[in-house]
Design a protein around this ligand. Structure first.
Ligand code: GLA
Length: 388
């Protein structure tokens, strides 16, 4: 916080007035199910994005990110909130400001602000640094303009930024986890109805290990949109024989009965993942509640396998780190987390074995892939908020 305040003074020649934080997220299980109307099981983590802010008297917004010092100050007016390539990372806050501005009745009454941002989520690691910036901007603007928005509405605006401003057809999971997260709770979210349940995560002798492959998620956005389109097409074909609105409505047994109508191996695999993963997610939530970590871990492993073989979103780096981890003594289960194509995996591990696991996996990964992985221990944290 001190560095953020000092940077603000250096960049804007004034002191900031208020501070905010939005977390990143991990998803325990339920991958690529959100846009298929299925369940997800994410939680907010203590790594995230900080912002220190001072309101302005005019209509300018000026943003500076300590993560991209070379890009300098990004600046725009409330009177032109359109997407611009040159705004780079600042398009995420810009989109959010724009959608919130649309909701303001007296548009002359609101003013811009200066903000310095710093994120300790590794960029491109699949821990949702973009949704974190969206929700950070959301809580800042909500506070400065004194908007009273239902939190789920703010979450939906974050998704709208991704879908319509940035152009990634992502589901609601990331923004929901980051907006609604609570310390030591995972969120079982039904993405079709948005009904959700907070599930306490009380691990006595275990930790959640985050492993960053350091493989950038290149092509992730275009591949992501492609997977989504494949699922939509599989759904469309299934709808010719059954009355469903989303793949998430089917059990695996129902899917097996109907799947012949899909008539395309790739589309069938994509849909099978979505259906099976949804079922695994519900089972995993029950296993966690029953403190049956063995079953929970097996479901994590099965999730990775399905993402590798049926959904094909893992790649060499994620497969390597997950296989190496699964082979270690003290590992209960491991899988990729987030969109895939690089980024992070998570593992549930025995706390007393943590150092050995990190050491062994780190060394073997470096040998196989040629560069290092990074390791973090996740603590489950609160959602986006103003901080004192
Ligand atoms: C990304 C998207 C989410 C979700 C995951 C995969 O993180 O933003 O909406 O689809 O991928 O589960």
């Amino acid at each position: 916080m001190e560095t953020l305040n000092e940077t603000f003074i250096k960049i804007f020649n004034e002191k900031p007035e208020s501070a905010y934080f939005a977390p990143g997220r991990i998803n325990l299980i339920g991958e690529h199910t959100d846009y298929n109307g299925g369940n997800v099981f994410p939680c907010a983590i203590s790594y995230g994005t900080y912002g220190v802010v001072k309101a302005r008297e005019d209509r300018l917004v000026r943003l500076y990110s300590m993560n991209f010092p070379d890009l300098g100050i990004k600046e725009f007016s409330l009177d032109d909130l359109t997407y611009k390539e040159a705004d780079n990372w600042a398009n995420y806050p810009k989109g959010m400001i724009g959608y919130l501005y649309d909701l303001v009745d007296n548009k002359e009454a609101v003013t811009g602000f200066d903000v310095v941002i710093f994120g300790d989520i590794p960029n491109g690691a699949g821990l949702s640094s973009s949704a974190s910036i969206e929700l950070l901007t959301g809580v800042i603007v909500e506070d400065l303009w004194q908007l009273t928005l239902d939190r789920v509405e703010l979450v939906k605006l974050g998704q709208k930024v991704e879908n319509h401003f940035i152009g990634v057809n992502s589901g609601i999971m990331d923004q929901f986890a980051i907006g609604m997260g609570q310390k030591d709770q995972a969120i079982l979210l039904d993405c079709h109805t948005l009904n959700y349940e907070m599930v306490p995560v009380h691990l006595e002798n275990e930790k959640i290990l985050i492993m960053n492959t350091n493989k950038r998620r290149e092509l992730a956005d275009s591949k992501y949109n492609e997977r989504r389109a494949e699922c939509d097409e599989a759904l469309r074909r299934l709808q010719t024989v059954t009355d469903i609105q989303a793949l998430g409505e089917l059990s695996l047994a129902q899917f097996d009965e109907l799947k012949a109508v899909i008539k395309d191996d790739t589309l069938e695999k994509r849909a099978r993942h979505a259906v099976a993963e949804n079922q695994r997610t519900l089972e995993a939530k029950q296993a966690l509640e029953a403190n049956d970590l063995q079953t929970f871990g097996e479901l994590l492993n099965a999730s990775h396998q399905s993402l590798r073989d049926d959904y094909e979103v893992t790649g060499q780096e994620l497969d390597t780190i997950v296989a190496l981890t699964q082979a270690q003594n003290g590992v209960i289960g491991a899988r990729m987390t987030g969109a895939g194509f690089g980024g992070c995996a998570i593992a549930l591990v025995k706390e007393d074995k943590l150092p050995e696991i990190i050491q062994a996996v780190g060394k073997a990964y470096q040998e196989k892939i040629g560069y290092e992985a990074d390791f973090y221990v996740a603590s489950i944290a609160d959602g986006a908020k103003k901080i004192d």
